[in-house]
Design a protein around this ligand. Structure first.
Ligand code: BGC
Length: 411
């Protein structure tokens, strides 16, 4: 049988992503470092500790990424390292990140730099974090420092990673620090993050006219649990508006491209007295029969990435998929997962959506926030028993062929 080949556009970007706290290790001045110490906050009371020691082993890790034909890499820099005490910037940490960027450039990989990926300096958190009246000012001071130091080297900027995941986990569901459960405080933080993004965008552009700036946005695909029930349909629309549209509608004039992240599909059921969020919790993980569920309890639902891309099409901006991935320790589903999501990406491209790149989450296994080390997202396996040895998974080799050929071969 003749195999069908899905070609991707010329100069398509292929790579993977990481975040500082999840991989670097010893992020001692951050709010998460404190948070992890308290029993019950993290599954099995694990702590990030040395994480996967990427802070010291980044060259080795980038060698692997390069050998897997990646031509772009996304990572975050750690505000808590760069400004460990209020107003005191640690030059040696900026020098570290300069070397990290150089290491990517030497390997001919484009650089996507995230400024805020869920973790905060402890001093800032202690002052009330995003609820502090001077929060935006504090963040912009850090951004300006980074832009002046590293701005020349960055290809793509991500101001905030998943503002809605962050604010809902931290201020509504009470899972991430500061473990607040309040709809008012949640909305207040969301609105602050809107300002944070806009101001950061303007600041980066003040120094670099041609900068390419976005926030990265998780876009779950919401469907009514029972299509025939009007209130389920309304609830799904409301969820879609709050989680997906609200932030974008306030910021779409302040982005040069979209950073899309796609993981979940959620079936939303109306429940009296409940907010969409606890509905989401109740039924979001409800799966259709025979569905394959990942180590996160998420149903694999590749069509959702197509819907997310189509949703963004109306903005007529380029899109980079800054995260998409699966937790699958035994590597049973990862290759199919990547293939099936890319089939949907390709379909959207055929329909005119301007997708410029696909970054798998994550380059290697890492510290998965409140779930600790259990969920394994990596293209590269980490052996926690054997000095954090790196082992390239089979699916990583499958993905590397796609990167090399700029195409998915459907045998
Ligand atoms: C986050 C990552 C996280 C991944 C898997 C994304 O929302 O940006 O930090 O590891 O999801 O849960």
């Amino acid at each position: 049988m003749k195999s069908k080949i899905l070609k991707f556009p010329k100069n398509f970007l292929w790579g993977s992503a990481t975040a500082a706290h999840q991989v670097e290790g010893n992020n001692k001045n951050s709010d998460w470092w404190e948070f992890e110490k308290k029993k019950g906050n993290i599954e099995n009371n694990e702590v990030s500790g040395i994480a996967v020691d990427h802070y010291n082993r980044y060259e080795q890790d980038f060698d692997i990424a390069r050998s897997l034909n990646h031509n772009i890499h996304r990572f975050s820099i750690e505000w808590a390292r760069i400004e460990p005490e209020e107003g005191k910037f640690d030059k040696s940490k900026i020098e570290h990140y300069r070397k990290v960027i150089q290491a990517l450039k030497e390997r001919k990989m484009k650089v996507v730099l995230t400024l805020f990926h869920f973790t905060l300096p402890n001093w800032f958190a202690k002052k009330g974090g995003w609820e502090n009246i001077k929060a935006v000012e504090f963040f912009l001071r850090y951004v300006e420092y980074v832009v002046k130091e590293l701005g020349n080297e960055v290809d793509f900027w991500v101001t905030i990673n998943e503002p809605l995941v962050y604010s809902s986990q931290s201020y509504l569901l009470g899972n991430f620090p500061p473990k607040v459960k309040s709809i008012f405080r949640f909305f207040k933080v969301v609105n602050t993050l809107i300002t944070v993004h806009k101001e950061s965008y303007l600041l980066i552009h003040k120094y670099f006219d041609n900068a390419k700036v976005c926030f990265s946005k998780n876009i779950p695909f919401f469907e009514p649990y029972r299509k025939e029930i009007f209130l389920d349909r309304v609830s799904a629309k409301l969820a879609d508006y709050i989680v997906n549209d609200y932030f974008i509608s306030k910021t779409s004039q302040y982005i040069d491209f979209f950073g899309l992240q796609y993981y979940v599909h959620s079936r939303v059921k109306f429940k009296l007295g409940g907010s969409y969020f606890n509905l989401g919790e109740e039924v979001g993980i409800e799966t259709s029969e025979n569905a394959i569920v990942t180590e996160m309890g998420w149903e694999i639902y590749p069509d959702g990435i197509y819907h997310a891309l189509k949703k963004l099409q109306k903005y007529k901006l380029p899109i980079i998929i800054t995260e998409n991935g699966i937790a699958d320790k035994r590597d049973e589903h990862r290759a199919d997962f990547v293939r099936d999501h890319l089939i949907n990406v390709h379909k959207a491209i055929q329909e005119g959506v301007d997708v410029r790149g696909y970054l798998y989450w994550s380059l290697m296994d890492n510290f998965e926030w409140i779930f600790g080390r259990r969920p394994r997202f990596g293209l590269v396996e980490i052996d926690y028993e054997k000095d954090l040895e790196r082992r390239v998974r089979k699916s990583a080799l499958y993905f590397s062929k796609i990167c090399k050929n700029n195409a998915v071969d459907l045998k």
